[in-house]
Design a protein around this ligand. Structure first.
Ligand code: NAD
Length: 497
């Protein structure tokens, strides 16, 4: 069976403190073995990166950007291979994996403008013959810890920007689908990145803890579930590191009485069931305003759900694939059970789905649940599966109050034809990313991505302009070249003009 190792100093390393199986979730079979990095290997990766930083920090930004231009070309040239790796280990259908990769590549494109992004500020004559400027200096060695659900895109949110800002990067991919991340990291060498600037270490908690306690790691970017995000943020900051930790989500869509129901149905189907609901921006709750909107929406959803196709990644006619693991499949089914026990109506039930030719796959069929209330466990927690829940309310204010009260605040959306209502909603709702008739308002690469409340710990959002701030630290220099005309005597008072 293929082993999945680490990338240290430009070479693959097969050090191991143990092994863990990586599954094909469509077949349920173990297809690779992940080597768990020993503590010494992780610390060595950091030491190698620290050494490489000495040269990399001084590379002109335009040269670092040129590597990203070539890197973009290589990612595109290897699209099929990367998508196959995503499909084999995550289960995402080919068309969806291609979308994931494309959104990742857009972050590389943004990183190509490093020279522009890193330009500082300059003020001449802030005092007599005194000039002052601010520059963005790289931090040093920075780490990224990423989730299973976007095995290529989320790493690409992080390392292209970190690298062009002059940092060295240690990536710790998800242990459940590590191969795409390892492969895209290997391509950096071919693009011209010097050895040691980018490293990959594989494993789980113990590898993460080693990174969090290594004093040479200056900053940590994390994306994953909220309990782990909270832990990473507190541990990283306790150890003096800069940290951004993006957590889980429960994204609501308000369906207003005047919404275009046909459009709302199409958008909701893709946003609720695409990637089997395993997206942090998945719309998992539809809050319908008025019973009329609810009934029409349910009618339309149930009709169209009958023709959704679930299956393996390799058949591009499938709409979505399996869940990531047997354990997660059981957990999603348990949430559906609990909603039913709590009195909700399961209108379309995906618990017993079977996929021809894949009897052992981790599939759950698209599920629609009506009459969900905010006290139910299935409403309060993130399910992360192909389950859409309907909460019925009578006014938009009530719908907004429900969303505001939820612990998560990642994304939300309103379906309406009323511009005034949409503007009020986007202005006041306590959620970080808002869509108006746009179901997955994932910001493009030149904006930044992040939620509010328990969906993000830290001040700066991921990628885009916030990434320049996160991966650099400001230094302000004040300069004078004393000559006879500007030489001054000693002064003990605060200098003023
Ligand atoms: P996860 O929290 O289980 O794992 C994320 C990373 O943390 C992995 O690399 C994992 O190895 C590591 N990890 C797991 N347990 C750890 C521990 N005890 N100590 C230290 N490190 C640990 O998340 P996941 O299941 O891989 O991903 C799904 C979650 O990620 C969902 O909650 C989803 O909403 C969230 N997510 C959020 C965003 C966002 O932008 N907010 C994006 C993608 C995914």
């Amino acid at each position: 069976m293929n082993r999945v190792g680490h990338l240290i100093n430009g070479e693959l390393s097969y050090d191991e403190a143990g092994r863990q199986a990586v599954y094909n979730p469509a077949t349920g079979e173990a297809i690779r073995e992940l080597l768990l990095a020993p503590e010494q290997t992780v610390n060595n990766a950091v030491a190698v990166a620290k050494e490489a930083f000495k040269g990399w920090r001084n590379q002109p930004a335009i040269k670092r950007a040129r590597i990203m231009f070539e890197y973009k070309r290589l990612l595109e040239a290897n699209r099929d291979k990367i998508c196959a790796l995503i499909g084999e280990e995550h289960g995402k259908i080919g068309h969806d994996a291609a979308g994931e990769l494309q959104r990742g590549i857009e972050n590389v494109e943004y990183a190509c403008s490093a020279a522009e992004l890193l330009k500082g500020e300059y003020s001449k004559n802030v005092g007599p013959s005194i000039d002052s400027w601010s520059e963005h200096q790289p931090l040093g060695v920075v780490a990224g810890i990423t989730p299973f659900n976007f095995p290529a895109m989320v790493p690409l949110w992080m390392f292209p920007m970190a690298l062009v800002c002059g940092n060295c990067f240690i990536l710790k991919p998800s242990e459940r689908d590590p191969s795409a991340a390892l492969f895209i990291a290997q391509l950096l060498k071919e693009a011209g990145l010097p050895d040691g600037v980018m490293q990959v270490v594989q494993g789980g908690k113990s590898v993460v803890d080693t990174l969090l306690t290594n004093s040479d790691v200056e900053a940590v970017s994390f994306v994953g579930s909220t309990p782990i995000a909270r832990y990473i943020y507190s541990k990283a900051t306790e150890n003096g590191k800069r940290c951004q930790a993006l957590g889980g989500a429960k994204n609501h869509a308000i369906v207003m009485p005047d919404a275009d129901i046909d459009n709302a149905t199409n958008q909701l189907l893709g946003a609720a069931f695409g990637s089997s609901g395993e997206r942090c921006m998945a719309l998992s709750v539809a809050v319908t305003v008025g019973d009329d909107a609810a009934d029409k929406l349910i009618d339309s959803l149930t009709t169209k759900m009958a023709s959704l196709k679930v299956g393996a990644y390799s058949d591009n006619s499938n709409d979505y694939g399996p869940l990531i693991s047997r354990e997660h499949q059981m957990k999603v089914k348990d949430y559906i059970d609990s909603a039913e026990q709590d009195g909700a109506n399961v209108l379309v039930d995906g618990r017993q789905v079977s996929v021809e030719g894949y009897p052992e796959g981790f599939f759950v069929g698209a599920t629609l649940i009506d009459c969900v209330t905010t006290s139910m466990q299935s409403y309060q927690e993130e399910i992360f599966g192909p389950v859409l829940q309907i909460v019925r309310v009578t006014t938009m204010e009530e719908a907004m109050a429900i969303i505001d009260a939820h612990q998560y605040g990642n994304g939300t959306c309103i379906f309406t034809r009323d511009g005034e209502a949409a503007r009020y909603f986007s202005d006041h709702i306590r959620v970080g990313m808002v869509g108006i008739n746009v179901p997955l308002p994932v910001p493009v690469a030149y904006h930044s991505f992040g939620g509010w409340k328990q969906s993000l710990f830290g001040d700066l959002h991921a990628y885009g302009p916030d990434a320049v701030k996160f991966y650099t630290r400001r230094k302000t220099i004040t300069q004078r070249w004393p000559s006879a005309s500007v030489r001054e005597g000693t002064s003990f008072s605060m200098p003023t003009l």
